[in-house]
Write a protein of this length. Structure first.
Length: 280
């Protein structure tokens, strides 16, 4: 009987159940479309528990519990927030939608854009999108983001400004628990977080926006995705520019794998670059 299937095992199996839906592979627009307000709220509301988790888990108590120096508490709080809020909330919405659609924990018919592209497409577009994003985040962002932060977001507690913290890796060096934290950071923020975000934002929400946003759906999806990062609003201009080509390419190719590869490699590369810059 289906009701007696082990639920954790079913949830794990559900994550692999995103093979192309043959009934919809030829026309993603046949997927049930969401009303504009529902879609917008589903983009923005998941960001609330993330920033709440950042503030909560950055309290010294949580760092001390695992024997980590409190100087690392904000990076640890952010990492823990992704693990405890981002992943369960967004994955929970996907699995709930799958339960309603299929009567079981499954992503079949829930995650769209599952058509496979030729290998040449991955080898061409993924590196190009990565280089484009790196240029924006590494070279362009330092030129404009500090001015945006000072002009519009001086009210935000700068001790929780992760970009400032990660821009000075030497300040993280020598603290108890730093390598444990970086290992968690690479796994959670580098791999698991962006994987779930792409399944949710580009795989679930984007294909259901065409009904009200039409050809502007990818641009709106990327804009709302950026705005949902309440913990770093000063990065919205750069983040939107960096992800905009990805949104349109995923939509055009109907292949979420491109988004997953770019997003995971971007975040993981950034985490490894941070690790390499921390003095021994």
């Amino acid at each position: 009987m289906e009701d007696h299937v082990d639920k954790p095992a079913g949830a794990i199996k559900a994550l692999t159940d995103i093979e192309p839906d043959k009934d919809l592979a030829m026309d993603e627009d046949r997927r049930e479309q969401q009303p504009a307000m529902t879609s917008i709220l589903l983009h923005l509301i998941p960001g609330i528990p993330i920033i709440a988790g950042l503030f909560l888990f950055s309290l010294p108590f949580f760092s001390r519990v695992i024997g980590m120096d409190i100087e690392l508490r904000v990076v640890f709080g952010f990492t823990l927030s992704i693990l405890v809020t981002l992943i369960p909330v967004q994955l929970g919405i996907l699995l709930y939608a799958g339960k309603k659609l299929n009567g079981k924990l499954s992503l079949k018919g829930v995650v769209g854009y599952t058509e496979k592209s030729p290998l040449k497409s991955y080898l061409t577009f993924v590196p190009l999108l990565l280089v484009y994003a790196i240029v924006l985040f590494v070279l362009v962002s330092p030129l404009i983001t500090p001015s945006i932060t000072e002009a519009l977001f001086a009210w935000y507690p700068q001790e929780y400004n992760l970009q400032n913290i990660l821009a000075h890796p030497g300040d993280l060096s020598g603290h108890r628990g730093i390598y444990l934290l970086l290992g968690l950071y690479i796994l959670v923020n580098g791999v698991l977080g962006p994987l779930v975000e792409e399944l949710y934002f580009r795989g679930y929400l984007l294909p259901r926006m065409k009904g009200y946003a039409g050809r502007w759906a990818p641009a709106l999806n990327i804009t709302l995705f950026s705005l949902y990062h309440y913990f770093s609003p000063w990065e919205n201009p750069i983040r939107i520019l960096a992800f905009l080509p990805l949104g349109y390419l995923v939509s055009k190719k109907r292949d979420i794998r491109i988004g997953i590869l770019v997003h995971v490699l971007m975040n993981t590369g950034g985490a490894l670059f941070l690790l390499a810059r921390i003095p021994a």
